[in-house]
Design a protein around this ligand. Structure first.
Ligand SMILES: [Zn+2]
Length: 195
């Protein structure tokens, strides 16, 4: 799966989204809730290390601020700030590692488990017809934040590829990020829930 490599491609002087939160900027303009304005910095493509990496910084914030839906032991699940579709989730290890082969056995297991749970939760709350799952490895592989491994979980509905580029600029994504986060977080099975 390719990341959207529009205006937000790292190193591209045309970056328009510069929010220091999890996600990869893309070509779509969106409206933003005011509290996120606090995170505007020089552009998220400029992060140099763990201190600037959105996937490292996110967990230090509240779930609501960082759009986190679930925190596991070694990995966590976060809503993509630049979703291809509503409910576009990312599974990330807490550790700042770039490559899938960098994961420990324990991290690999939880990474996979959280991916499965994310699919189940999205099916429950949004009834998608399908999914795209994937990791872009390295900048040449299309990774927007190549330094910190993340798995995309993109719910798909019939026809979404046709209408989403049109409405993504307004309602479907911009006004519902917080609601989608809450919905997914609420539906996430607790420690005592049977799968
Ligand atoms: Zn990181």
């Amino acid at each position: 799966m390719q990341e959207n490599t529009g205006a937000g491609y790292p190193g591209d002087a045309g970056v328009t989204d510069d929010f220091d939160l999890a996600g990869v900027p893309d070509a779509f303009q969106r409206l933003w809730t005011p509290h996120r304005m606090a995170y505007i910095k020089g552009g998220q493509h400029q992060f140099k290390n763990e201190n600037d990496c959105p996937f490292c910084v996110g967990p230090a914030r509240s779930d609501e601020e960082a759009l986190i839906v679930y925190r596991g032991k070694t990995c966590y699940v976060v809503l993509n700030l630049f979703p291809y579709n509503p409910g576009h989730l990312l599974v990330c290890p807490y550790r700042h590692v770039p490559d899938y082969t960098d994961l420990t056995v324990e991290e690999t297991a939880e990474f996979a488990e959280l991916t499965q749970t994310a699919m189940r939760v999205l099916r429950k709350v949004a009834n998608p017809g399908g999914f795209n799952l994937g990791m872009n490895q390295g900048v040449v592989g299309g990774a927007g934040i190549a330094a910190h491994l993340h798995q995309h979980i993109v719910p798909r509905w019939g026809g979404d590829g046709n209408f989403f580029p049109i409405i993504a600029q307004t309602k479907a994504i911009t006004q519902t990020l917080d609601e989608v986060r809450q919905q997914v977080a609420d539906a996430w099975p607790g420690e005592t829930d049977a799968e």
